[in-house]
Design a protein around this ligand. Structure first.
Ligand SMILES: CC(C)(COP(=O)(O)OP(=O)(O)OC[C@H]1O[C@@H](n2cnc3c(N)ncnc32)[C@H](O)[C@@H]1OP(=O)(O)O)[C@@H](O)C(=O)NCCC(=O)NCCS
Length: 140
């Protein structure tokens, strides 16, 4: 298995995004909606399995490009997890965002040690979730 990393969606279409991302989401985005949210991001980093040409992991950042960035999604397909791909995606994204002041994300407590290894600190936060909009269909 040869995994390469890319910082662009060039050459990536729905056919390369067909893996079972959004694992565990009751109402996940469709593949075209997935592509759209990547396209409309401030920055994306992709992990590609060169044997298949398919995207097997991704990280997305949204930002004002001045002070702040937020990382909504990071995911590696289950069969590719535990091989360092997630760590590489974060490192690459943090490098891209290193000129900004704030880089924030939310995660389950069990993943906090994973992010602490990348220099992040625990914080508290507040959220709203409109679950009826989880698929993003109304905005695609
Ligand atoms: C979190 C995730 C991106 C990590 O990707 P990965 O390619 O497996 O990561 P790596 O191989 O670089 O590192 C794995 C590390 O993450 C830890 N980890 C992964 N999932 C974990 C979990 N649910 N609970 C605790 N630790 C977890 C592993 O224990 C491992 O730690 P180690 O380096 O001390 O052994 C991947 O597990 C994933 O996609 N999970 C589902 C989606 C998700 O939770 N995304 C994060 C949203 S905040």
């Amino acid at each position: 298995m040869k995994i390469t990393f890319r910082d662009t969606l060039e050459g990536v279409g729905p056919d390369q995004l067909g893996g079972r991302f959004f694992d565990g989401w009751p109402n996940p985005p469709s593949t075209p909606t997935f592509l759209k949210l990547l396209e409309q991001s401030y920055a994306v980093e992709l992990a590609v399995d060169e044997d298949t040409g398919n995207v097997v992991g991704f990280i997305q950042a949204i930002s004002d490009g001045v002070l702040s960035a937020y990382i909504p999604l990071l995911e590696v397909l289950p069969e590719y997890q535990g091989k360092g791909i997630g760590t590489d995606l974060i490192k690459r994204m943090f490098n891209r965002l290193s000129g900004l002041y704030m880089i924030d994300l939310l995660c389950d407590a069990e993943l906090q040690p994973f992010y602490e290894k990348q220099g992040m600190h625990k914080a508290s936060g507040m959220v709203i979730r409109h679950y009826q909009n989880q698929s993003g269909a109304a905005n695609s």
